[in-house]
Design a protein around this ligand. Structure first.
Ligand code: ZN
Length: 238
């Protein structure tokens, strides 16, 4: 174990109100690639950037193309929670961790057993008819073809926050409340460049801000502890 991870282990032991803030890097170790990292085959299959396809205006204009990309790149039904998800759930059961705030939409924290999960960008597991509001699960989206339709004829839209759409205010408020109350804030698997991540961590009042990220972030200078290692390895050592 590195001396940084050892330091984090001691802080976790002492802490009474741990909050974890995570990004795409948490899920890549479960085999879910960051959709922003475009692979080699991408340009043969899609004429638009992921950010364009995942925007509200694109969804409204070209829903067939949106769902082709969405089923292909956003849904990984075989993905399982990794060591980071599992350790966070364990820390919550032990009463030490109070919330997981995530930018991920895959539901893996809940699959690992976490209860207080604030999904800033929504979830692939909830979908809703745009006309009548009827709720649908993930299987309905996976098993439908083209644009998924409700019995009433409306489009069934994922409850995922698209570009150009606002975040859920209740989720944001609860995230801020937890960060304000935290005595240990662990940020993992995010470069903190995606809105509103960087703004949220400004609410932290404690003196134990830990960044676990393999590559540098713009906030490395503000961290009380920097661990440039694989997140799964760090958490399995805690
Ligand atoms: Zn409907």
């Amino acid at each position: 174990m590195s001396k940084e991870t050892e330091q984090l282990r001691r802080w976790v032991e002492e802490a009474k109100y741990i909050v974890f803030f995570g990004g795409a890097g948490v899920s890549t170790e479960s085999g879910i690639p960051d959709f922003r990292s475009v692979d080699g085959l991408y340009h043969q299959k899609y004429a638009f950037s992921p950010e364009t396809i995942l925007s509200h205006s694109f969804f409204m204009k070209k829903p067939e193309e949106f769902y082709r990309f969405y089923r292909d790149k956003m849904i990984y039904p075989g993905a399982q929670p990794n060591a980071c998800h599992k350790k966070l759930a364990e820390l919550e059961r032990a009463g030490k961790l109070k919330a997981v705030i995530t930018q991920n939409i895959d539901g893996l924290h809940q699959a690992a057993g976490s209860k207080e999960v604030l999904e800033l960008h929504g979830t692939i597991h909830k979908n809703r008819c745009m006309l009548c509001g009827k709720a649908y699960g993930l299987d309905y989206i996976r098993q439908s073809e083209g644009v998924p339709k409700c019995a009433c004829g409306g489009i069934v839209k994922p409850e995922v926050v698209l570009y150009e759409e606002g975040l859920d205010e209740d989720v944001l408020r609860r995230a801020v409340d937890h960060i304000r109350a935290a005595d240990l804030l662990i940020v993992g698997g995010t470069s903190l460049s995606v809105y509103p991540a960087a703004g949220l961590i400004q609410y932290f009042r404690g003196n134990k801000l830990v960044l676990v990220n393999k590559t540098p972030t713009a906030y490395d200078g503000e961290a009380d502890l920097l661990i440039p290692e694989k997140i799964g390895e760090v958490f399995s050592a805690l």
